[in-house]
Design a protein around this ligand. Sequence first.
Ligand code: NAD
Ligand code: DAU
Length: 381
Amino acid sequence: MGYFRKTILVTGGAGFIGSHVVRLFVNKYPDCRIVNVDKLTYAGNLANLKDIEDRPNYSFVKADICDFERMRALMRETEADGIIHLAAESHVDRSIRDPFTFAMTNVIGTLSLLQAAREYWESRPEGYDGKRFYHISTDEVYGTLEITCPEGTVPPFTTRASSGVRHLAYGDTFFRETDKYDPHSPYSASKASSDHFVRAFHDTYGMPSIVTNCSNNYGPYQFPEKLIPLFINNIRHRKPLPVYGKGENVRDWLYVEDHARAIDLIFHEGRTGETYNIGGFNEWKNIDIVKVLVRTVDRLLGRGEEEDMNLITFVRDRAGHDLRYAIDSTRLQTELGWEPSLQFEEGIMKTARWYLENQEWLDRVTSGDYLRYYDEMYLHR
Ligand code: NAD
Ligand code: DAU
């Protein structure tokens, strides 16, 4: 496309992870055109990209990935060479209340994008040469793992040689790329289905696809319905911290910029048709995370470090709540040399500080004002 070496469509680029991916690509590849395709649901927020919105290699298209005709036209108009597909409904609790929306966006939306990419790329003289369809998925498709650390013990720590980032594990089993799918929530069932469609397009039509399954991300710009931003905001305002069940569930946390770095590496150097697991080597029980958050936020606000522990409130468990997620990302490490760069305490400190310094962003997002503001900014000018 003219001046640019390549055009890459990033779907869901106004969301949490997508905005970090867009920022990284826009900054790192000025010779590539990055087109952010996002419907701007409640979770999409163009304020996440304020710092790069005027760059010559960035553009935004408000569109629904389920709209097949629109996706078809977009492929032709942009002459896209690559797609990094992050657009999705992403919150498990919402999927329990409204599974249809998840099936629509995550399954039909992915299918619509695959078919549009297929039609366009197959119509080109070079066919699939130099093309890539990168589908971002989740570790939740693999189901759940046991906790084998004895009750009351701290999980074993091992220090990984090269980066020095500590490895925390609550068990000796991990999700591997070869594991069978076993989704339990409507969200993970819809993501599993979308992964199957991507692989089916690879096997049936030769679509040059890659799938990655990542663990829980945290960091700036995450919608405050997810555990970490919700709790940081609640601690600040001294609101109750609703811990599901006994807070014993374990998640493997990865700083969002480390995920974006992995996506960049895999998009450029990953093997076509391959699956890569991405994880933080960083397993925490929810209750322990909540305590770290209370200490961190209270410290940053100059309150007594444990002052707000009494905000912790145990509430009814999430239906079908998976006990433990833990990723084995050996393939990504050995093939492409990726590892997480940040120790959790450092990442949490950066994250808490960001939310405390960006109260206006949080207020907008929670009030829905940003939707009106950006509709005016982008749609009526
Ligand atoms: P998010 O909810 O913050 O953002 C999703 C984005 O997709 C929003 O900008 C939204 O407007 C957009 N979108 C939703 N429906 C759309 C549609 N029909 N058409 C176009 N755009 C639409 O999500 P996130 O947490 O950034 O997750 C991004 C991707 O990464 C998802 O596919 C998710 O399954 C996957 N993932 C997330 C995590 C995590 O911890 N957040 C971990 C692993 C994988
Ligand atoms: O594992 C990857 C997945 O991580 C992504 O695919 C999802 O898009 C993302 O939302 C996330 O899913 P989780 O359900 O693990 O994230 P959430 O932040 O909703 O919850 C983290 C844990 O905290 C989980 O065990 C449920 C618990 N929780 C969550 C909330 C919102 C609470 O105890 N209280 C809460 O209020």
